[in-house]
Design a protein around this ligand. Structure first.
Ligand code: SF4
Length: 670
């Protein structure tokens, strides 16, 4: 049996996999006791032998040798760069790639291609929480405490996180706490709640302002903590004046007495946590929404206190590590800003280039995708571990942009919807076929071990990058352990410092959370206990204002749409829609609507419904449920369809699109 970790979400459940691909949970993350997996984890072995697996490169749709495919890609990239400049080629990565791949992708873009045009799908995941926590704490580390700390929580407020479906084993960590769930749907998580607050989609920010207003009005603020550990509270208190509770009730639909119940429970608890997920974050005001919840947590004295805190529940398997090593448009390894002269000099030294030769910041993910094939935008795209034809907002528009490229190269394990548009498809290895590290939602670095040989004909992403780099005149390593060592050097001294983290230490069972700045360092599971990461050691309150969603319902599109996940599927579904038992559990996309709205529209359960927005339309089956608000419908985003409708209005700080609310019209399809 080989000890490794699940290929899917940021919980990175420990598992053991045998030679016959039999899977069992291990007593490792997140269990630290009897192991647990969700149905996606139990069936992950089927990914390895799936009949849809690609094993031969495809060049213009026809099987080709690796040499021919890589020669073609390198020649086309060189020609496009020579004609249009380095920014005419772009790279798009993913939050499921290992740390080694994320690092190598950033280096490949900036050194081998010389392009600034690199970003990744994590921008669509937790970028708003990242931006907000860097602003508040000086550092973004999803959960700045081990998840086992939650075992002792008395009260946990979950804002926009449906963990009972997205990461079921996490729920056991909450079993001792009073749960307050903020969600427009009565999700399986909300059904576990002591208190469910059901705001209108797009009003979480107003709700957080209302909760903080009540905390101030009812004298629940931890004044000693605010004085000792923070700055900026007075400006926030002043900004709350116009968010009196009755106004918040009008905006959000959440009754004042329920808000008061929530804030009093949080304030009275010995140990309390506020955790945000995509429901609060995937908005054009996502950074400010998270900031409002962080302000509330700070006012109650939670962050940086043992047994309490604020945290972001990162979604993708390596959503945390994916944002630390340089595949983000504005960052270099070590989670350092690309415009920081000291970071540029250090990383350039490790890469053997001059700092002035490193490109600057590029476009954020949606801006990059939306520029593809346009006169000002990139003409070639290399895409690793992502499926934007399904996962990007306004996906029909993005599909059109991608189809207009001079060159699209997709490295993937299956022929995803995006790979189906590619000029060149490169079949690559996956989780249990290769070594690599992942950094889970609590900033703990985990080792995924190679357990089985990959099928003949596939190569690792690292080998693909090395093969292309060689053709472009650069030497890149292919061994994960060696790449990890280089990543540690490149990130040394940065925020996410991995210097003391080695394959050997992880394999020996040591739980290592970054920062871990030297050999033998024990890691930092709770980085804010003594001080926050700003130079003065204090957390910052930041005043924020609620504003309406970028698109409100009107006569033409009178209903709000919100999107999310179902238990059986993961992200764009490229993997899970190919696992028979998961398809049986959740075979098709659907729209969930309230019985009153269904009656008003003449829609019955099982009807085919045309859902349309200003971006496009989608035909899906109706599910009738009183778990959803009367003014809102829900669609899961694991199939093409939901994101044809979503609004690409972007958060000005994080670049996060407004996935979680837009205006739609529903009609029964005759
Ligand atoms: Fe895998 Fe996440 Fe399920 Fe755990 S909760 S088994 S990591 S998908």
């Amino acid at each position: 049996m080989t000890r490794t970790h699940c290929p899917y979400c940021a919980l990175q459940c420990g598992m053991e996999i045998g030679p016959g691909l039999e899977i069992s949970p291990s007593t490792d993350v997140p269990a630290d006791g009897p192991g647990a997996l969700c149905q996606k984890g139990w069936t992950a072995g089927e990914l390895l032998t799936n009949g849809a697996r690609l094993t031969t490169p495809l060049l213009n749709g026809k099987p080709a040798s690796w040499e021919a495919a890589l020669d073609h890609v390198a020649a086309r990239l060189s020609a496009i760069r020579a004609e249009h400049g380095p920014d005419a080629v772009a790279v798009f990565g993913g939050g499921g790639l290992t740390n080694e791949k994320a690092y190598q992708l950033g280096k490949f873009a900036r050194v081998a291609l010389g392009t600034s045009q690199i970003d990744y799908n994590g921008r669509f995941c937790m970028s708003s929480a990242a931006a907000a926590t860097i602003r508040a704490f000086g550092m973004d580390r999803g959960l700045p405490f081990p998840i086992t700390d939650l075992d002792d929580a008395d009260v946990v407020l979950l804002a926009g996180a449906n963990v009972a479906e997205t990461m079921p084993p996490f729920v056991r960590r909450l079993s001792g706490a009073r749960l307050i769930v903020v969600d427009p749907r009565r999700t399986p998580t909300a059904r576990l709640a002591w208190l469910h607050l059901q705001p209108t989609p797009g009003t979480d920010l107003a709700l957080a302002l209302g909760l903080l207003h009540l905390a101030v009005a009812d004298d629940l603020v931890d004044a000693d903590y605010v004085e000792a550990r923070t700055t900026g509270f007075d400006a926030v208190r002043t900004s709350l004046a116009s968010w009196w509770p009755e106004r918040v009730e009008r905006v959000t639909g959440v009754p004042v007495h329920r808000m008061r119940q929530a804030v009093r429970a949080l304030a009275a608890a010995g140990n309390a946590y506020i955790l945000t997920g995509r429901g609060a974050e995937q908005h054009a005001k996502g950074t400010d929404t998270v900031t409002a919840f962080v302000n509330l947590a700070l006012a109650l004295g939670l962050p940086g206190r043992y047994g309490s805190g604020y945290g972001c529940l990162t979604g993708q398997g390596n959503g945390q590590g994916g944002r630390e090593h340089g595949q983000k448009a504005d960052q270099l390894p070590g989670y350092r800003r690309i415009d920081d002269p000291a970071a540029r000099e250090h990383v350039a030294g490790v890469w053997g280039v001059r700092p002035e030769d490193l490109p600057g910041a590029g476009r954020s993910a949606y801006e990059l995708l939306d520029a593809l094939g346009t006169p000002e935008g990139p003409r070639a795209l290399l895409l690793f571990g992502s499926n934007p034809v399904v996962s990007a907002p306004a996906s029909a528009r993005i599909g059109g942009r991608i189809a207009g490229l001079d060159l699209l190269v997709v490295a993937d394990v299956v022929r995803s919807e995006t790979a189906a548009l590619a000029d060149v498809v490169l079949p690559v290895t996956q989780w249990a076929e290769e070594d690599g590290t992942m950094t889970n939602l609590e900033g703990r670095v985990l080792l995924r071990r190679r357990a089985v040989a990959p099928p003949a004909g596939v190569r690792s992403d690292l080998e693909v990058l090395a093969g292309l780099a060689a053709r472009l005149g650069h030497r890149f390593g292919t061994e994960p352990a060696a790449v990890f060592d280089e990543l540690r050097r490149a990130g040394a001294g940065g925020v996410a410092d991995y210097t003391g983290i080695t394959y050997e230490r992880i394999a020996a069972g040591t739980a290592l959370h970054w920062p871990c700045p030297s050999a033998g360092h024990p890691g930092t599971p709770r980085p804010f206990l003594d001080r926050f990461a700003h130079p003065d050691g204090r957390a910052r309150f930041v005043p924020v204002e609620h504003r309406p969603a970028a698109e409100e319902p009107d006569e033409d599109y009178p209903v709000r749409l919100t999107t999310g996940r179902v238990l059986a599927h993961y992200q764009s579904g490229a993997q899970t829609r190919r696992i028979a038992s998961l398809v049986r559990a959740a075979p098709e996309p659907f729209v969930e609507l309230h019985p009153d709205l269904a009656a008003q529209l003449g829609i019955a359960a099982g009807d085919l419904v045309r859902v349309s927005s200003r971006r496009g339309e989608s035909r899906v089956v109706a599910r009738i449920s009183d778990a959803i608000r009367r003014d809102t419908v829900f669609m899961p985003f694991h199939w093409e369809g939901a994101n044809r409708l979503t609004n690409p209005a972007l958060d000005p700080v994080s670049g996060m699109p407004e996935f979680k609310v837009c205006a739609v019209r529903l009609e029964r399809d005759s």
